[in-house]
Ligand binder design. Sequence first.
Ligand code: SAM
Length: 213
Amino acid sequence: MNNEWISRWREGRIGFHRDAEHPALVRHWPALGVEPGTKVLVPLCGKSLDMRWLAAQMHPVLGIELASLAIEQFVAAGGESSRYRQGDFEIWRQGSIELWCGDFFHFHTQQAADLGAFYDRAALIALPPATRQRYAFHLAQLMPPGARGLLISLTRAPGDDAGPPYSVPADEVRELFGANFEVTHLEDGEPEDSGWQESVWSLQRRGPRADRE
Ligand SMILES: C[S@@+](CC[C@H](N)C(=O)[O-])C[C@H]1O[C@@H](n2cnc3c(N)ncnc32)[C@H](O)[C@@H]1O
């Protein structure tokens, strides 16, 4: 699967990328009440412009992305950047945004000491069913009690099991995150002609149990 993503980036098959920040982020983030200065984790970040929006709200951002091409394209569109290595990860830093190139599941709590919030748009739904529970637990491991996050998930037409993006219905969102997070449904987007429909969720990390990776 990881190689499949690298190929997608190499071949420019990145229909998921948006040319502007996601309206649901702009609409809902302020109400989460995440203090300016709180560092926001953006798992499976691609080259999302949502990271620039979060940085403009005075949040340091830590994005994690497999494809170095995505990160190169992101930093090329901004100002100066620097690059260094830490363990399994190559890290690009540009202003208050740091982009860790590598596998999200290899990013560990010791590296996450200063994270206080997260933003998931098209990360959970990029993962096949068998990996989603691991993702939810891993995210819980990385978030301190009280941390808040915004999740933008998606469903496909009934019976459409294709992906990515995978269909992750409301029951599954609650089941995946319910053990470690307070889960609140915020809104459903307009259904698209394709049968896809986004849903927006607010999550707050309960403490302290997490386990099961
Ligand atoms: C559907 S895209 C969404 C990107 C971004 N969140 C956005 O909204 O544009 C999923 C991204 O996750 C990356 N990815 C997939 N599996 C990953 C993993 N295990 N660790 C880090 N990145 C991963 C892919 O390369 C891809 O860029």
